[in-house]
Design a protein around this ligand. Structure first.
Ligand SMILES: Nc1ncnc2c1ncn2[C@@H]1O[C@H](COP(=O)(O)OP(=O)(O)OP(=O)(O)O)[C@@H](O)[C@H]1O
Length: 664
């Protein structure tokens, strides 16, 4: 049994329904150590036959047997493996990959072997030295002469140590000197025990071989042995082929990416700007939320929901916001004070409510006059100081104890003494306001207290006193001492929401008794609005990412058509469809990844500058890009680039290798 057997190989091309038979039943046997020249008229089917032997063509009738094993042309992977391990191709037009160096052109076929990186490089260099190109390895193909190019192609074909070398008119484009040299190399290959099959038009080339096969009218009309086949070599190189690794595909993609860096850099810049805008708006959203939380947190303790009496009937209260119900209560206070206040028995209900650890009842009155010596100041609010207020509000002195009150810095202390506003501490102040008695009749109240501290309430003027002190004063003035509000303490911040919900659910005599609201719930609402606004802005800027995706798709399609021939070469070298797909998706992923990196640099850089500029105004970092945002940007960039590459990569992988090789 011969090493390579062809049995009844028939092949036709079709133009529409019309059949053009090219090979009409070829039977040939080849042995290792032979140098076979295939001669025949132009258009006689020599290249077609080589494509069948080389495992590039799958659509033919007949059987190819290699080393006793029938080649299954139905199984693409088997054919990839066959081309990778058994066949080395040399073409008339060299078919080198133009963006790769001479060394890389040879290395590409070694990427599909089990050799280590160092071994591959050593072998590639040794082969290039063998064909006389040791000092040309860093050049690109366009910097070589025709003869040099063909020698690179020979080195590449020999690299994975295939048993069969197919040379399709290897000297067709060479001058006589180069022809001689290339023929000598081919002869040497056959002498080393390999099967060399060379298609040629030249009798001189044919005479170099051990055998001449003549093709005419789709059949073999002459098969002449000139000399005996060279003896088989017992030693093997020990090189084994294997599918291309992901890393090797990625490195090859990187080489092409680097080759087209400037074109790619524009796409990366476009994608990065889109991502940067998304990051910036997300960071701004985070910053604004954090700023609001801090501002509110500085004023009020989130663990103390405020509880008011609810005056709105259950039916009307349904679906209404807590703030709406609270303002209804406030309005009722002016007309029916008693109805809008919280009695001692209702206070017990609050105390009983789930998650409420303690209660701090209090009062709030409006239109208050403050008399300080001869100076009179009016202030909109006078209320009880509770733990719901953040102690950080106290700018000087301490929280009010019995018989004491704190006053507002801007609207009182600085009015008394602009510079030395602290001097009011320890002085007496007379507070006058109007409360109501048990019959809802307005009752004037006056009390004199000592100023224990100065607060900065920021949002409004406030004077605040101790609860017991206020109650005592109201009692002695004959006013109603029921509370206007209660601060309910919740031990664990996690339970504030649940506690607020439970307080709002308390029913007394079939009517909702309270309206409770926590700073947390107000913050939740504000934060939701800010997040929504910034998400919308981020999404709008995200539209530019669609443009980026389209740009990547276009570039990838351009790349596929530019690289059609390269795809054919790689397939002929044994790369699978998957390898080709990977080549394109990897390059796109590289674009995505670098875009993400670029956008992060922009976002952090611009964010840093903006924060510096805004710090003077807000004393706060307004742009806060989180790790979550960073991860999001990277994932989005990878996703966009991956999806954008999918169809071009698929198209590339589905190209027919023979058609691809024939591309200009
Ligand atoms: N893809 C194709 N579709 C249709 N016809 C084709 C195709 N490829 C080749 N042919 C035809 O098949 C015939 C054989 O082509 P092939 O390239 O195998 O010949 P060849 O002997 O190698 O010719 P040459 O010596 O000129 O290179 C030619 O007539 C050619 O026109």
């Amino acid at each position: 049994m011969a090493f390579l057997e062809l049995r009844q190989i028939k092949k036709s091309y079709f133009l529409g329904k019309q059949e053009f038979p090219v090979l009409k039943g070829i039977d040939l046997d080849f042995e290792l150590g032979e140098f076979v020249s295939v001669l025949g008229e132009s258009g006689g089917g020599k290249s077609t036959l080589m494509n069948i032997i080389g495992g590039l063509d799958r659509n033919f009738d007949g059987v190819v047997t290699i080393n006793g094993e029938k080649l299954d042309h139905k199984k693409e992977r088997k054919l990839d493996e066959y081309r990778r391990g058994t066949i080395g191709y040399i073409y008339q037009s060299y078919n080198l990959i133009s963006h790769l160096t001479v060394l890389d052109n040879v290395l590409i076929s070694l990427d599909m072997t089990t050799m280590t990186h160092r071994e591959r490089e050593a072998r590639a260099k040794a082969l290039l030295a063998k064909v006389g190109l040791a000092d040309q390895i860093k050049k690109h193909p366009n910097q070589l002469s025709g003869g040099q190019k063909q020698r690179v192609a020979i080195a590449r074909a020999l690299a994975p140590d295939p048993q069969v070398i197919i040379a399709d008119e290897p000297t067709g484009a060479l001058d006589s000197q180069n022809t001689k040299e290339v023929l000598a190399i081919l002869q040497q290959i056959a002498e080393e025990g390999k099967l060399v099959i060379a298609v040629t038009h030249s009798q001189e080339v044919a005479n170099h071989g051990t055998r001449i096969v003549h093709l005419a009218d789709g059949k073999i009309d002459n098969d002449e042995r000139i000399k005996a086949a060279y003896p088989l070599q017992s030693e093997t190189s020990g090189i084994h082929s294997k599918p291309m690794s992901f890393m090797a595909s990625f490195q090859n993609a990187w080489k092409h990416f680097a080759h087209n860096f400037w074109r790619n850099s524009l796409i990366m810049l476009g994608t990065a700007i889109g991502l940067f805008a998304v990051l910036l708006f997300s960071g701004l959203g985070n910053g604004i939320n954090a700023y609001i939380n801090k501002q509110v947190g500085d004023l009020a303790n989130p663990n103390y929901p405020t509880v008011l009496r609810n005056v709105t009937p259950n039916k009307e209260a349904k679906g209404k916001q807590g703030t709406e119900l609270m303002s209804a209560t406030m309005q009722t206070m002016a007309t029916d004070y008693k109805k809008a206040t919280i009695s001692e028995s209702l206070l017990k209900e609050i105390k009983k409510t789930k998650y409420v650890a303690a209660v701090e009842p209090g009062y709030q009155f409006s239109n208050v006059t403050l008399a300080y010596g001869d100076t009179k100041v009016t202030t909109p609010q006078y209320q009880t100081w509770t733990h719901a207020y953040s102690s950080s509000m106290i700018k000087a002195g301490h929280a009010p104890k019995a018989g004491e009150a704190v006053v507002d810095k801007k609207t009182f202390a600085q009015v008394i003494d602009k510079k030395d506003w602290r001097s009011v501490i320890g002085k007496e102040i007379t507070i006058s306001f109007v409360a109501f008695n048990q019959d809802n009749v307005p009752t004037p109240v006056t009390e004199t207290v000592k100023i224990s501290g100065v607060v900065d309430s920021q949002t409004g003027a406030m004077v605040s006193a101790n609860a017991a002190t206020m109650k005592k004063t109201l009692k002695s003035a004959g006013a109603n001492t029921d509370y206007t509000f209660v601060s309910a303490k919740v031990a664990d911040t996690e339970h504030v929401k649940a506690a607020t919900k439970a307080l709002n659910a308390v029913q007394v005599d079939g009517q909702r008794a309270f309206v409770a609201i926590s700073v947390g719930s107000i913050l939740d609402t504000i934060n939701t609005i800010v997040s929504l606004a910034t998400t919308v802005l981020a999404a709008i800027s995200g539209i530019s990412l669609v443009v980026s995706a389209l740009m990547i798709i276009v570039t990838m399609y351009m790349s596929v058509s530019e690289r059609t021939k390269e795809i054919g070469i790689l397939r002929a070298l044994g790369e699978s469809k998957r390898d080709i797909r990977r080549l394109f998706t990897s390059e796109s992923l590289i674009i995505g990844l670098i875009s993400a990196g670029l956008s992060l640099i922009m976002a952090y850089g611009f964010g840093f500058l903006l924060n510096k500029a805004l710090y003077a105004i807000a004393k706060f970092d307004m742009i806060q890009v989180t790790w979550g945002n960073v991860a999001f940007a990277i994932i989005i960039a990878l996703l966009i680039s991956f999806l954008a590459a999918l169809t071009p990569a698929r198209r590339a992988s589905r190209l027919n290798p023979i058609d691809a090789l024939a591309a200009d």
